[in-house]
Design a binder for this molecule. Structure first.
Ligand SMILES: Cc1ncc(COP(=O)(O)O)c(C=O)c1O
Length: 393
């Protein structure tokens, strides 16, 4: 189905009730939380409407038709062979990660490695699993890649699990096969369980290879599960449905211990929406084309209007990490830009210590919105600059 431009911003403000449109006053341009401005793909809309028309609004008890649909998608998209018996439902990716961690680590006081800057709810998920986060920051100088010696040190010190973000939010980095193979070898050597969040994977940009972690983990003998959903790539977060997939026999056995209620806590509308999404790839392809163009537009507009702001170019997805350390905006540029530029980015601070001086922007919008966001960032920089500049003598 065809992919069209997003509706005008006034219409989105008038019709949407999600965080993106409610958190700030209407004169603040919202380019923060990971939601898209675009309309839901039409065949997904039809499928959800049909499900409602049939009053098919009860409980689920398994992944049902979503298991073979995911198997087919994973094979065609990434050459990853999934056993349909190894696919389980979860309410959303976040819940799936917490439930997987609960099975794999001690009931209280487990240690889970996180690699900041990283999706802020990762910290909460570890706490929800009654565990302690152990942070091993990404290596900025090496293109925000995983710090394998740092990870090995954390594993050797007794970590129970690692929560991988692949593609990585906020940098948009698809971890390379070589890095993932080394990570899997370490996980196998130290017996560390890896939970791989791959929710942004369907939005890998052309020229980038996304490598799913599960087949690599299996080959290395590392225990692992993957958690994913159509929730990001097709903008279905509110429909609440994700899948947890075992990478290997041992992890498959572990997942049979998932709470029975987990499937019943997953939305049947979300399951149908996910099913429809996995078969509408042309829409996804058009979306990715627009996202790549928006990244190039952002880079060009920043170079002209806000050259002190550096873009970390993503390999996947619609989020981009912006480095404001060369500006006068301080540790939390997003905070300043709400007041001084009337533009809402995500603050870098909740992404962990390396997020100081950074902010994240959302590019799942019309190109005009990207241009407007940069105008407002530039206005915010000018205004903040005036405030810190000493008065002329
Ligand atoms: C890495 C990552 N995982 C999980 C989520 C949330 O997914 P869900 O809404 O299915 O819990 C997001 C949302 O932005 C994300 O970026």
């Amino acid at each position: 189905m065809s992919f069209g431009p997003a509706r005008p911003l006034e219409q989105l403000y008038a019709t949407r009730s999600s965080i993106k449109w409610r958190r700030y006053p209407a004169d603040v341009l919202p380019v923060f939380v990971a939601e898209m401005d675009f309309d839901v793909e039409p065949s997904i809309l039809d499928r959800v409407a049909e499900t409602l028309r049939h009053s098919d609004t009860g409980y689920l008890d398994s992944a049902g038709p979503l298991a073979p649909a995911f198997v087919a998608f994973a094979r065609e998209e990434w050459g990853w062979d999934v056993d349909p018996e190894w696919v389980h439902l979860a309410t959303d990716v976040t819940v799936g990660v917490v439930e997987a961690l609960r099975l794999a680590i001690p009931a209280v006081g487990g240690h889970v490695v996180l690699t900041p800057p990283v999706y802020p709810p990762f910290f909460e998920m570890v706490h929800e699993a009654d565990a302690v986060p152990v942070t091993v920051p990404l290596l900025e100088d090496e293109g925000w890649s995983l710090d394998l010696p740092g990870i090995e040190a954390a594993f050797a010190a007794g970590a129970d699990a690692l929560l991988l973000c692949n593609p990585h939010n906020p940098t948009g980095r698809c971890h390379s096969r070589t890095v993932l193979e080394e990570l899997a070898a370490l996980a196998a050597r130290y017996g560390v369980f890896v939970v791989s969040d791959e929710v942004h994977a369907p939005l890998a940009h052309p020229g980038t290879v996304f490598t799913p972690f599960a087949p690599i983990a299996r080959a290395a003998g590392a225990p692992s599960v993957t958690v994913t959903s159509a929730s990001k790539a097709w903008n279905l977060a509110g429909l609440k449905c994700a899948v947890i997939i075992a990478a290997d026999e041992r992890s498959a056995a572990l997942l049979t211990e998932l709470p029975e209620e987990l499937a019943a806590r997953t939305s049947i509308l979300g399951l149908h929406a996910n099913l429809a999404a996995l078969s509408c790839r042309p829409w996804r392809d058009d979306l990715v084309e627009l996202l790549v163009a928006n990244v190039a537009l952002l880079e060009a507009e920043l170079a002209i209007h806000a050259p002190a702001v550096r873009l970390v170019k993503p390999d996947a997805g619609y989020l981009a990490w912006l480095d404001f350390r060369g500006t006068d905006l301080g540790d939390d540029p997003a905070r300043v830009l709400i007041d001084e530029g009337r533009v809402a980015l995500n603050s870098g601070l909740p992404f962990g210590e390396p997020g100081r001086g950074f902010a994240r922007i959302n590019l799942a919008c019309n190109p005009e919105t990207v241009v407007e966001a940069v105008q407002r960032i530039a206005a915010g920089l000018r205004s903040a600059n005036h405030r810190v500049s000493p008065l002329p003598l």
